[in-house]
Write a protein that binds this ligand. Structure first.
Ligand code: NAP
Length: 254
């Protein structure tokens, strides 16, 4: 029996990026907490695997094969939910290039997925929550990149900083309607994204990242899923407009 404040029984959660890594871990954990989970992603096979994981554990899952950069697809998928209590806008891509070599198309693509994709999910979720006067919790996925500069991280860091600003702005606009909006800013998490980013050098990068953490390790997708569950649930009923930083203590901003 889950602790009552974390119990999502009877609620519906929509998770973008649900086919892989952090999004999959969020979808599975929110379902374990009792929510009906709508997973959305570009990767149809990964989505199916996530839905199977949820169903095998006794949960309820629906899938939406979509591109988060397509506002119409996002709207149709969100509106298909009978109710919507939680939006977790997790889908994102990594891109690395030095500032002097960054092309317009790199910036446009990263902003399209990592910022506009999150914006569309937030807008459609908030519209539905407002129309149904149901309240709800919206969780966006930022990154530890918002706390520091990093070589090659211009496009990624700018998009994630925009997500933080979106989160704070929307929180001020919809709080009075019982809708909370918060961001999660993970540190280095072992996922297919970071594996691809560091192809061939994962062990070296992970050792480096682990040394930067007082806890002496990198993160797992489940570490982030638990932060998302906290923000999605009534356990965080008095929390909005905040950035939660599950980063192993790598950064400790005021
Ligand atoms: P991941 O394993 O690559 O998962 C991301 C998922 O999003 C993939 O299934 C991907 O599909 C999907 N996706 C990408 N573009 C999409 C689009 N346009 N429409 C729909 N789905 C799309 O990555 P992850 O590491 O779990 O990252 C999840 C989120 O956490 C991202 O926003 C990332 O920036 C953030 N984050 C990650 C870390 C980390 O260390 N891993 C740290 C901080 C923040 P495809 O595989 O088909 O592209």
């Amino acid at each position: 029996m889950p602790v009552k404040a974390y119990d999502l029984t009877g609620r519906t959660a929509f998770v973008t990026g649900a086919a892989s890594g952090i999004g999959r871990a969020c979808a599975v954990l929110l379902a374990e907490a009792g929510a009906t989970v709508h997973g959305a992603d570009l990767d149809a096979r990964g989505l199916h695997e996530t839905a199977t994981l949820i169903k095998d554990r006794g949960g309820t899952a629906r899938t939406h094969h979509l591109d988060v950069t397509d506002r119409t697809e996002v709207r149709q998928a969100v509106e298909s939910c009978e109710r919507l209590d939680v939006m977790a806008a997790v889908a994102g891509i990594m891109h690395s290039s030095p500032v002097l070599e960054t092309r317009d198309e790199d910036l446009d693509r990263v902003l399209a997925v990592n910022f506009k994709g999150v914006l569309y999910a937030c807008q459609e979720a908030a519209r539905l929550m407002l129309a149904r006067d149901s309240g709800g919790s919206i969780v966006t996925m930022a990154s530890g990149a918002v706390d520091t500069g990093g070589p090659g991280l211009l496009c990624y860091g700018v998009a994630k900083a925009a997500v933080v600003q979106l989160t704070k702005t929307l929180a001020t606009e919809v709080g009075r309607y019982g809708i909370r909006v918060n961001a999660v800013a993970p540190g280095w998490i072992r996922t297919p994204m970071t594996d691809r980013h560091d192809a061939g050098a994962q062990a070296h990068t992970e050792a480096l990242m682990a040394r930067m953490s007082p806890l002496g390790r990198v993160g797992e997708p489940e570490d982030i899923a638990h932060a998302v569950l906290h923000l999605a649930s009534d356990a965080s009923a008095f929390t909005t407009g905040q950035i939660l930083r599950p980063n192993g203590g790598v950064a400790m901003p005021w």
